[in-house]
Design a protein around this ligand. Structure first.
Ligand SMILES: *Cc1c(COP(=O)(O)O)cnc(C)c1O
Length: 344
C-alpha cells in the first residue's frame, strides 16, 4: 500500500480516556458508544475495538450495512434506523445486531418475521424518529423482546426547559413496557445530570473530542489531528499573490509551503486565510484560498521545513467550530477517504 500524503493522527489513549470520563459521568448507568458514520469518520472498526477493550458493551450505528461491517468483532450493535424489508434477511440472521424499531410498521414487520431481541425508539418531543408514548403503553410492543427503550434529546447542548420536558415524558414510560433498560442521553445529555442517565448513555461526539458544554471543558481530550505532507516550498516575492483568485498577496518576500490537503478532504474553503498548521510547535498560517487538494502555508517561522516533511493542522473541534461556524459533527464526519488513518 502506498502511504497517502495526508493522514489523520488518531489518539487511541484519548479515545479510551474520553469513554472512561463519560462512563464516570454516567454514574451507575452503562455507557455505550455511537459509532455511526464510520465512527464519526475515524474508522468504526478501530473505534469499536478500542472501546470494547476499555469496557464498552453497547454500540450504535445507523444502518445494517454499518452493522455488518462490525459483525466479526464480537460486540453487540444496535441499528438506529430500524429494519426495512430490504434489511430483514440480514437482520434476522445477524446475532450481533438488533434493530431499534422506530415506527408501527417496523414493529409489525419485526414481530411478523419472528425477529429476536430489539430496541425501541420513542419520540418525546424531537419529532424525528420514534413511536409515540401512547404506542408504547398501548400494547403495541406486546410479544416483542425489548432490550432497551430509548428516546433522544433535541437540545441537550443548550440549557433549555425542553430537556426536562423530554426527560419527564420518557421517565413516565418506566415500567410501562417490557424493556429491560431505558436510555436517553447523548454526549451533551450526560452533562445534564444523573436524572438523564437512566440505565444506559449513548455518547458519540464527545468520545471523539467534541466539547459542546462547559462540563466537558478540560476533561474531554482531542482525538483527531489531520496531518499533511509538504509538496513544494517556494519563496514568494513581495507583490506576488498565492492561490486561486489571488486573495493573498505578499507584502514582503515570504516563505510558502504547499501541502497535500484540500476541501475534497473536508478541509473546507472556510479555512482560507484563517486556518493554522504547525510543525514542531511553530505556527504556519494558511494563506490564500484552500484548493480542492492543496493548501498554502506561510512557513517563514520554520526555515528547515522541507519537501516531504509533515505538518499538523489545528483541528480542536470546539475551537475549529468557533472559527468556521461549522458544527463539530460536520467538521469530524467530513474528513475524507484520502486520509490514511493512523492510530498513535
Ligand atoms: C448520533 C446519536 C447519538 C450520539 O449523539 P452525540 O450528540 O454525538 O453524542 C445518540 N443517540 C442517537 C439516537 C443518535 O442518533
Amino acid at each position: 500500500m502506498i502511504p497517502a500524503p495526508l493522514r489523520l493522527a488518531l489518539d487511541g489513549d484519548a479515545l479510551a480516556a474520553n469513554w472512561r470520563t463519560l462512563a464516570g459521568l454516567s454514574g451507575p448507568a452503562a455507557c455505550g458508544a455511537a459509532v455511526k458514520a464510520n465512527g464519526y469518520g475515524l474508522g468504526a472498526r478501530e473505534v469499536v475495538t478500542r472501546l470494547a477493550e476499555a469496557g464498552c458493551r453497547d454500540f450504535f450505528v445507523a444502518t445494517w450495512k454499518e452493522a455488518a461491517a462490525l459483525g466479526d468483532l464480537g460486540v453487540k450493535v444496535s441499528v438506529l434506523h430500524g429494519v426495512r424489508d430490504e434489511d430483514l434477511s440480514v437482520a434476522l440472521t445477524a446475532d450481533f445486531a438488533r434493530p431499534v424499531l422506530n415506527t408501527v410498521r417496523q414493529v409489525r414487520r419485526w414481530r411478523e418475521a419472528g425477529g429476536g431481541p430489539c430496541d425501541v425508539m420513542v419520540d418525546t418531543g424531537m419529532n424525528r424518529l420514534g413511536l409515540t408514548p401512547d404506542d408504547v403503553v398501548s400494547g403495541l410492543l406486546d410479544g416483542l423482546t425489548v432490550e432497551t427503550l430509548m428516546s433522544h434529546l433535541a437540545s441537550a447542548d443548550e440549557a433549555v426547559s425542553a430537556n426536562a420536558v423530554q426527560r419527564d415524558a420518557f421517565a413516565a414510560l418506566a415500567g410501562r413496557s417490557s424493556a429491560r433498560r431505558m436510555s436517553l442521553a447523548n454526549s451533551a445529555g450526560i452533562a445534564l445530570g444523573a436524572s438523564y442517565a437512566f440505565d444506559l448513555t449513548r455518547p458519540g461526539i464527545a468520545l471523539y473530542g467534541g466539547v459542546q458544554v462547559p462540563a466537558f471543558d478540560g476533561r474531554i481530550r482531542q482525538v483527531v489531528t489531520p496531518q499533511a505532507q509538504v509538496l513544494q516550498r517556494r519563496l514568494v516575492p513581495a507583490g506576488q499573490a498565492v492561490g486561486y483568485n489571488a486573495t493573498w498577496e505578499a507584502t514582503a518576500p515570504t516563505e510558502v509551503a504547499i501541502v497535500n490537503l484540500g476541501y475534497a478532504d473536508g478541509y473546507l474553503r472556510c479555512f482560507s486565510g484563517r486556518g493554522m498548521a504547525r510543525a514542531s510547535g511553530l505556527e504556519l498560517p494558511v494563506i490564500g484560498r484552500v484548493s480542492m487538494d492543496l493548501v498554502a502555508l506561510d512557513v517563514s517561522a520554520a526555515p528547515d521545513l522541507a519537501e516531504g516533511d509533515w505538518v499538523s493542522i489545528d483541528y480542536s473541534l470546539p475551537h475549529t467550530a468557533a472559527l468556521s461556524g461549522l458544527s463539530q459533527y460536520e467538521l469530524i464526519t467530513g474528513l475524507g477517504a484520502r486520509f490514511d488513518r493512523l492510530w498513535v
